[in-house]
Write a protein that binds this ligand. Structure first.
Ligand code: NAP
Length: 280
């Protein structure tokens, strides 16, 4: 009969462990995950797509989630669904991340309700694609305003609180487009590359106060954002993915859970790529 510890046999270092040691390690890991219970997380753009999957994944670990989204009615629907699926308190708060006043109002509501904020996921994002020479200034600006300034607005406001409480986890959802660029997406690529610089600088500033700041760069993930792409573009993209499939929102959500967990306590300022091997 196979034992729960059989997988340790694959690793020659782990092979030297006694069963008792290995079991203690597992228990320690479970205890660490338990530390997430009753923490509070804000997920911007959490009503659908990757944000929704992140919220559900965190709520399953009993993290109280705030679904913050431009579309407050959709956020309400998502929050109710997650609460009923997980039995974890989940609330919706409408917010336009591009507007610092709207962010302050959202934070006030969250603090009134929960008293503290332990986790911030800067996930809200948009695209407005066109070739560089044809790009309208307003399309350049609105993508920068939501994807980059929006993350800055939330990070600055929540960062202040986390510095005072001397703990916190921030994850910014960037993109592989911010690493490698993409024809037709100069605005999006610039916003996502900017988010990487923002992540590394904030990580350096906040580290001494116990706040970890990391970024995740998803590749091609199946959501409404990517559904809009023409079929020819999708098949061309699929051919570039070594793992041979598009990502699911949950592929990103599980990495985010790891980054906000105590298992990632010694990780800050890092850019984690989740793309099936597209960029390597
Ligand atoms: P999505 O399905 O379009 O969801 C984006 C969410 O952000 C929506 O709920 C949207 O609300 C919200 N939002 C837009 N503008 C906002 C604002 N100003 N304030 C607050 N919320 C706002 O996108 P997704 O695919 O899940 O993407 C989530 C994040 O991952 C984005 O940052 C995206 O750039 C990044 N990403 C996605 C992929 C991918 O392949 N899908 C790849 C790399 C990176 P409304 O419904 O009201 O518009």
């Amino acid at each position: 009969m196979s034992s729960k510890l059989d997988h340790y046999k694959i690793d020659p270092i782990a092979q030297t462990m006694t069963k008792a040691q290995a079991s203690n390690n597992c228990e320690e890991g479970n205890k660490s995950m338990k530390e997430l219970e009753n923490k509070t997380a804000i997920i911007t753009g959490g009503a659908r797509g990757i944000g929704q999957a992140i919220a559900l994944t965190l709520a399953k670990e009993e993290i109280k989630c705030v679904i913050s989204d431009l579309d407050s009615s959709m956020a309400e629907v998502t929050a109710k669904e997650i609460a009923s699926l997980t039995n974890t308190e989940t609330v919706a708060v409408g917010c336009n991340v591009a507007d610092s006043k709207s962010v302050s109002e959202m934070l006030k509501k969250v603090l009134d309700k929960f008293g503290s904020i332990d986790i911030l996921i800067n996930n809200a994002g948009i695209t407005a694609d066109s070739l560089l020479v044809r790009m309208k200034e307003e399309d350049w600006q609105k993508v920068i305003d939501v994807n980059l300034t929006g993350a800055f607005n939330c990070l600055q406001a929540v960062g202040k609180l986390m510095m005072k409480q001397r703990s916190g986890k921030i994850v910014n959802i960037s993109s592989i487009i911010g690493l490698r660029g993409n024809a037709g997406q100069t605005n999006y690529a610039a916003s996502k590359a900017g988010l990487i610089g923002l992540t590394k600088s904030a990580a350096r500033e906040l580290a001494s106060r116990g706040v970890n700041v990391n970024a995740v760069c998803p590749g091609f993930i199946k959501t409404e954002m990517t559904d809009r792409l023409p079929e020819a573009v999708k098949s061309d993209l699929l051919a570039q993915i070594p793992l041979g499939r598009f990502g699911e929102p949950e592929d990103v959500a599980r990495v985010v859970l790891f980054l906000v967990s105590p298992w990632a306590a010694y990780i800050t300022g890092q850019i984690i790529v989740v793309d099936g091997g597209m960029v390597m």
